[in-house]
Design a protein around this ligand. Structure first.
Ligand SMILES: [Zn+2]
Length: 90
């Protein structure tokens, strides 16, 4: 754990930061890291895509998240998302 300036995903500034290996995962030998708050790091590294809160998917589409970043998100969801057994998307 380390202290950074802000979480590049959510913008949090007043929290502990963790290093997320990007773009190559640590287990694959990655050395470069970015700073994420613990909540965002949990979503990216510890919670399977199918278990992400539905609000996260809605927030991406309803945000100003556009261009290559949105296309990359859509591609990742298309490749890795699997419908959970008890998915509630209401
Ligand atoms: Zn964050």
């Amino acid at each position: 754990m380390s202290f950074g300036i802000f979480c590049i995903a959510c913008g949090a500034t007043d929290c502990d930061f963790e290093k997320h290996h990007y773009p190559v995962p640590r287990l694959a030998g990655g050395k470069s890291t970015i700073s994420l708050c613990r909540t965002c790091h949990n979503l990216v590294s510890r919670i399977p895509l199918k278990d992400w809160p539905w609000e996260v998917y809605k927030a991406v589409i309803e945000s100003d998240f556009r261009g290559p970043a949105l296309l990359a998100f859509l591609k990742i969801v298309e490749k890795y998302y699997r419908e959970p057994e008890n998915h509630d998307n209401q």
